[in-house]
Design a protein. Structure first.
Length: 315
């Protein structure tokens, strides 16, 4: 009876995984190291209505995906990434929003011996509040200390762990003594799958403004190279036209050849004073209201002074 239940459970799991793959066009492959059952329950609750979390044994996940490859060959791209303590987060919504919810559900955790540090850990200079009897412990870790007001004080910041290093028993004990929980654990997004394409999660950090800036920079580079080697492209043609027009104006200015656009340039070269007068007129017109306003202010001030002088001391 128990054997049948297990077989039924596996069949239901395969059906569920295939159903999610067909129903949801996007999913995250997430690592679940150091994530407890209570935290996993909280993550499922926070994603309710937005995404679905499905965990399981790697062999079962691979078998379910293999059995569905004939209908959806793109699922083969997921196979190499189903290793370690991983699961799936399926969604039809915005990937960035779902990832943000996953990041919000991280839990602070103490350093445990044998764990791999996911980030650098630096103990800041501080008064530890520990008694002098613990001095030998700090000396064993080569941490400079002094006794201040009967307690041990760490003189300088201490880089006790680097990212990727294994946490030793001494480092874990020290961090626990100082009540420092340096790590935070949650579902870690390892790969992103969307409509048959798989990519790294850092791609989600790229914004439309970044794409626009990259495209414009590329277009400028193409235009510069095309102009340098004399090979016309869509990016360089506007610049070539402008440069050609400048050359025509230069030829017209130095010869008797003329055309409509060159006439203004020729007139300017013949008598620049005309254009000085043309520019000076609007400037003078703009300055005249300012002068009038200043004159009016001066008149008002003088009238106020006259009014004040019209009264005697004993009136």
């Amino acid at each position: 009876m128990g054997r049948e239940d297990k077989v039924t459970w596996k069949a239901n799991y395969f059906t569920k995984l295939v159903q999610y793959v067909e129903e949801y066009p996007k999913c995250f492959i997430v690592g679940a190291d150091n994530v407890g059952s209570k935290q996993m329950q909280q993550i499922r609750i926070s994603l309710r209505g937005t995404a679905v979390v499905l965990m399981g044994k790697n062999t079962m996940m691979r078998k379910a995906l293999k059995g569905h490859l004939e209908k959806n060959p793109a699922l083969e791209k997921l196979m190499p990434h189903v290793r370690g303590n991983v699961g799936f987060v399926f969604t039809s919504g915005d990937l960035s929003e779902v990832r943000e919810k996953l990041l919000q559900n991280k839990v602070q955790a103490p350093a445990k011996p044998g764990a791999i540090a996911p980030l650098d850990v630096i103990i800041p200079a501080q008064n530890t509040g520990l008694g002098p009897e613990k001095t030998s412990f700090f000396q064993a870790l080569a941490i400079a200390t002094k006794i201040a007001k009967g307690t041990i004080e760490i003189i300088n910041d201490v880089h006790i762990l680097k990212e990727g290093e294994k946490v030793g028993a001494s480092e874990a004990t020290l961090l626990n003594m100082l009540n420092i929980s340096p790590f935070s654990y949650g579902l870690l997004v390892q790969q992103v799958y969307e409509n048959g394409t798989i990519f790294e999660p850092k791609i989600l950090d790229i914004k439309p403004e970044d794409l626009r800036a990259k495209f414009l920079a590329g277009a400028r580079n193409v235009a510069a190279v095309s102009l340098q080697i004399g090979y016309p492209t869509v990016a360089s043609v506007p610049h070539s036209i402008i440069n050609g027009f400048k050359n025509l104006l230069a030829v017209a200015a130095a010869s008797d050849v003329t055309f409509k656009q060159a006439e203004i340039v020729k007139e300017f070269l013949k008598d620049p004073s005309k254009f000085v007068a043309a520019v000076a007129a609007p400037a003078a017109a703009a300055a005249s209201p300012v002068k009038e306003a200043k004159k009016e202010e001066k008149k008002e001030e003088s009238e106020e002074e006259d009014d004040d002088m019209g009264f005697g001391l004993f009136d």
